[in-house]
Design a binder for this molecule. Structure first.
Ligand code: NAD
Length: 437
């Protein structure tokens, strides 16, 4: 047993977080904690370790005013949460979405800790966001909201402390505004304070595509190890944003047949394979996949159960649940999104023999190239795209095999194996550091 000397009096008896602002019902954070305990059981972690790792180290909530274009004032709520910094500065994206809540941000920050540990990059985990539907804001409102939020969370962020990046509905331009706001206050340019920024202000080539590219590297290695060919495999992708669109294009480029795609407006399906160039052209013109003529329209619910070999959920959390897991036809699921599969669905999929490449591994390409971007910023030296992509591939392949060995050794799912690997690395680092004072 790995044990700690933490007093149990400060924490709940089951190692879960007691929060006065938790949502009713089971939150995403409850799911993250459930997943953690499966790994903690295998590692035989005692109560103290569970208590440390099921609490977020720092949580900042900010309520701040923004002047709207019509002269009115709106108050927005945002968060920045750092789950753990034992392995390095905190790292994680910022999400702008109407469903952003403290519990969602906690879960995503915990998954960032595990993700950075799975791919063995020297970061801890953080996440943030604003509860807003950014589509209802003008560009100048979006900029003012972003800059004010950056100023509000500047007490936590910094190139050696906590480095934000894009997530749902946040873009390289938004990262540039955060970089500029932070730099204006510092009095000099601080390019290492965010990643996922545009290349002309110190971003890395290959960062925009990194998460989707990493998903495809993960799938390729999974296919290689399990002896089935990606060439000709039927692929369905939910979500056609930064991650999903790149994953779909790269899977097609690797020889797969992308038969279904969706975004928030609904899905499209062609069992003979979608013409990816035409879909990309259509979405660039119309802003969504809806109305694409070379396919049948399907709902997002139907999309997840379409006949296919590989399913890539690349939208939001809790999409594959006990309601639809049994109807999933894919043999392999690569979680490009964070938290798309509930624990109940995980069990159903495991029993059906479906391999799930878990989010904390499958979508780690983004944070890996964010790490490369941060290193380039600190060194003021830009790498070539080839170097970025080939280092990314090396890390994804190594991480797959690290996780796969643990899964084989303990006869457990790839998710639990990835968590075992990650949690052990975080525990080891904390043990080496010791518990202050
Ligand atoms: P994005 O905003 O660029 O795209 C999100 C896509 O999902 C859009 O196409 C949107 O229309 C679609 N969508 C939203 N709600 C939907 C719904 N209910 N049903 C179907 N589609 C829906 O976001 P992104 O950066 O591509 O992130 C997607 C997922 O990947 C998120 O879970 C995010 O946390 C995760 N992720 C992103 C990165 C990154 O580098 N951007 C890294 C790791 C993980």
């Amino acid at each position: 047993m790995v044990s700690t000397q933490v007093s149990p009096t400060a924490i709940s008896t089951n190692g879960t977080v007691q929060s006065s602002i938790a949502e009713p019902g089971r939150s995403l954070y409850d799911i993250a904690i459930e997943q953690f305990h499966l790994a903690a059981d295998i590692l035989d972690l005692d109560h103290g370790w569970r208590a440390i790792l099921t609490h977020c180290k720092r949580e900042l909530a900010v309520n701040f005013p923004v002047k709207m274009d019509d002269g009115s004032i709106e108050v927005f709520t945002g968060y920045r949460v750092q789950h753990n910094i034992a392995r390095g500065p905190a790292k994680g994206g910022l999400r702008y979405h109407q469903n952003v809540s403290i519990d969602e941000v906690r879960a995503l920050s915990m998954w960032m800790t595990w993700k950075c540990a799975v791919v063995n990059i020297p970061f801890g985990g953080a996440k943030g966001g604003i509860t807003v539907d950014p589509k209802r804001l003008s560009l100048s409102e979006l900029e003012r909201m972003t800059r004010r939020f950056a100023a509000e969370i500047s007490v936590l962020i910094g190139p050696d402390r906590d480095i934000p990046a894009p997530d749902v509905n946040t873009t390289p331009q938004i990262m540039a505004w955060i970089l500029d706001t932070y730099s204006m206050n510092a009095g000099h340019s601080v390019p290492g304070v965010v990643t996922g920024k545009p290349v002309n202000v110190g971003g890395s080539v290959g960062r925009n595509e990194a998460t989707g590219r990493g998903v495809v590297f993960a799938i390729q290695e999974a296919c290689r190890r399990s002896g089935f060919a990606l060439e000709g495999a039927r692929v369905v992708v939910q979500g056609f944003g930064n991650v999903g669109s790149v994953a779909a294009r790269m899977a097609a480029a690797a020889g797969a047949s992308v038969v279904g795609i969706s975004d928030v407006t609904g899905g499209i399906y062609n069992p003979k394979g979608l013409d990816m160039a035409a879909v990309v052209h259509h979405t660039a013109q119309d802003g969504s996949v809806r109305g694409f003529t070379g396919a049948d329209a399907v709902t997002n619910a139907e999309l997840l159960t379409l006949p296919c070999d590989i399913l890539i959920p690349a939208a939001l959390e809790k999409q594959i649940t006990e309601q639809n897991a049994d109807k999933v036809t894919a043999r392999l699921i690569a979680e490009a999104a964070n938290g798309p599969t509930t624990p109940e669905a995980d069990t159903i999929l495991h029993d059906k023999g479906v391999v799930v490449l878990p989010d904390i591994f499958a979508n780690a390409g983004g944070v890996t190239v964010s790490y490369f971007e941060w290193v380039q910023a600190l060194q003021a030296f830009a790498w070539s795209e080839n170097e970025v992509n080939s280092r990314l591939q090396t890390i994804m392949v190594r991480a797959f095999n690290d996780v796969y060995e643990i899964a084989q050794e303990h006869n457990i799912s790839m998710r639990t194996a990835a968590l075992v690997l990650a949690v052990k690395r975080v525990v080891d680092a904390t043990q080496t550091l010791g518990i202050f004072p």
